[in-house]
Design a protein. Structure first.
Length: 145
């Protein structure tokens, strides 16, 4: 097993790289995840294990994000939201100071680091994959041998 320290923002990116991204409005896949590629059973096993570890961190990060939304948001129609703008004088709109505070705290959260322990995967294990996608965080975990 190897260890690497990643920012929480990298964990979120890595989860997308492994599992893909789906447009929430129409269900269309907008980014093909590495786990949806044709892989050897051995590589698929270790990538699935990695995805589980990543999900633990991203779920915890999402919970913290929701706490920040509650802290800075307003309840409207049973939902907590942070409006983008507040009314200024006349027709002028002003960016909501609560949104600015939320963005600052959330940015700090995404910069926090966590150690990831994972089974190293060799670049040669993925040689048969042909893809148009780029998996930049995942690439940082690969061994060249």
């Amino acid at each position: 097993m190897e260890k690497k320290t990643l920012k929480l923002a990298d964990y979120i990116q890595l989860e997308a790289e492994l599992n893909g991204v789906v447009n929430q409005k129409n269900g269309e896949k907008v980014f093909q995840g590495l786990l949806s590629q044709k892989l050897s059973l051995n590589v698929k096993y270790w990538l699935t294990d990695l995805a589980k570890k990543i999900k633990e961190q991203t779920d915890a990060c999402e919970a913290l994000k929701n706490e920040l939304i509650k802290k800075f948001g307003e309840e409207k129609e049973g939902m907590i939201q942070i409006p983008f703008f507040i009314d200024g004088e006349g027709e002028e709109k002003i960016k909501n100071p609560a949104l600015i505070s939320f963005e600052q705290e959330y940015s700090k959260l995404l910069e926090e680091t966590r150690e990831l322990e994972y089974k190293p995967i060799k670049l040669s294990d993925l040689a048969s994959i042909e893809t148009e996608e780029t998996y930049s965080v995942f690439f940082s975990l690969l061994n060249e041998e």
